[in-house]
Design a protein around this ligand. Structure first.
Ligand code: F6R
Length: 378
């Protein structure tokens, strides 16, 4: 069952390039190029679901909420649609005022999370009749279309990740990100919010991801396993990112907490100086995602500020050792890639780091204490 892997989590981390490949095969048109008169995306969605949207709201919990944050970045920056992301557990008791022309997206790996289902059910009820003959516009993103979510919500994007066994979500997260890339490209196409050459660049970049993911697995696993030995006594970790990689900092911290029981926090790197920097000393490693793009120089200078407080800096970055020597003590290299697509790559070293630290501590990686794969109670 585990096909030679010590844990399901590691097996599922290795399945990620294949999951992305399947998503691309199923939902991206192979015959599309920048001159095609049709959309690059072929999602099985009713066209009325996406017409004239003025607002998108995303509800989810945990790792799926992190995928929603990446989705918001894409939907706002590429498709130009104002988007909010809410914890389902908060949304259901304090729903925002109703706006017309809204698409509500529920994201859930299990399709059974009680808070997410309740938030969507409430939204369905409060929106009945609001837009005349139009049914409330609800979309589910899940790898379990046969789940309760699939019964509740009329439109589903099946992320094609299949069933995940490890309690810590890995391949299902990457697959949720893929659903947001595809949805964003479809909306950008329909609304012409993004010019053709840029759209073509993103499509080409998506097609290159599986090979780049394989490259990360091949080149880094051993190094990260060895590095994890250094953290046998570590009690706190900080994860920093900015822009589209801020949610990945949150996700890196959550993975580490869940399976290694080490205290970890993710912050937008620019917020460090507003308080959290007081936590830093030589005992607190700071993992920083620094990818070329709109916030590259800013993140590097945030990392240098942390290093000046004696923290050990670990960089998730394409910089080589010479380039990084004034900023990072250790490198978790990822290929240089379009900034917008980088979360799919930057999350992988963080998953491996969490995995190896927990495995090294002899913990039950697939069944961490106090956690369940489906959270079916409130
Ligand atoms: C993290 C994790 C949890 C889930 C959360 C939502 O690894 O597994 O944080 O992401 O419980 O679960 P789903 O996606 O099933 O709604």
């Amino acid at each position: 069952e585990k096909q030679g892997f010590k844990h399901y989590m590691l097996k599922e981390i290795y399945e990620q390039p294949g999951v992305v490949r399947t998503c691309l095969e199923d939902y991206l048109r192979a015959d599309w190029d920048g001159d095609s008169p049709f959309s690059p995306v072929q999602l099985p969605l009713d066209p009325s679901l996406l017409e004239n949207l003025q607002h998108i709201q995303i509800v989810a919990c945990g790792t799926s909420w992190h995928a929603g944050l990446v989705g918001k970045y894409l939907l706002e920056q590429v498709a130009q649609i104002p988007t909010s992301v809410q914890y389902a557990s908060e949304f259901r008791y304090a729903p925002p005022p109703l706006l017309p022309n809204t698409l509500t997206i529920g994201v859930t790996q299990s399709g059974e999370t009680a808070d997410t289902l309740a938030a969507l059910e409430m939204e369905l009820k409060r929106r009945q009749g609001l837009e005349g003959a139009l049914q409330p516009r609800l979309l589910g993103i899940t790898n379990r279309p046969e789940s309760s979510l699939g019964h509740l919500v009329p439109h589903i994007i099946d992320t094609r990740a299949g069933i995940e066994i490890g309690v810590a979500a890995t391949k299902t997260f990457v697959a949720q990100l893929m659903a947001f890339y595809l949805l964003t490209l479809e909306l950008a196409w329909q609304r012409q919010s993004c010019d053709r050459p840029r759209l073509a660049e993103l499509v080409t970049g998506l097609r290159q991801l599986p090979a780049q993911m394989e490259q990360i697995l091949e080149s880094q696993e051993r190094y990260i396993e060895a590095l994890s030995h250094d953290f046998a006594e570590t009690q706190d970790f900080i994860f920093l990112g900015r822009g589209i990689n801020f949610p990945i900092a949150l996700e890196g911290a959550l993975k580490l907490k869940e399976i290694s029981y080490i205290h970890a926090e993710g912050y937008p790197a620019g917020e460090m100086k507003h308080g959290p920097i007081a936590l830093l000393d030589a005992k607190v490693p700071v993992v920083t995602i620094a990818m070329p793009g709109s916030v590259f120089e800013k993140v590097l200078s945030n990392a240098q500020e942390a290093r000046a407080r004696d923290a050990r800096l670990i960089g998730v970055t394409p910089l080589d050792e010479a380039e990084a020597q004034h900023t990072f003590d250790n490198l978790l290299p990822v290929p240089e890639v379009d900034e917008l697509l980088s979360p799919i790559l930057t999350v992988m070293p963080l998953q491996l780091l969490a995995y190896h630290i927990a495995a090294r501590r002899g913990l039950d990686v697939d069944q961490p204490r106090n956690l369940a794969k489906s959270v079916t109670v409130e």
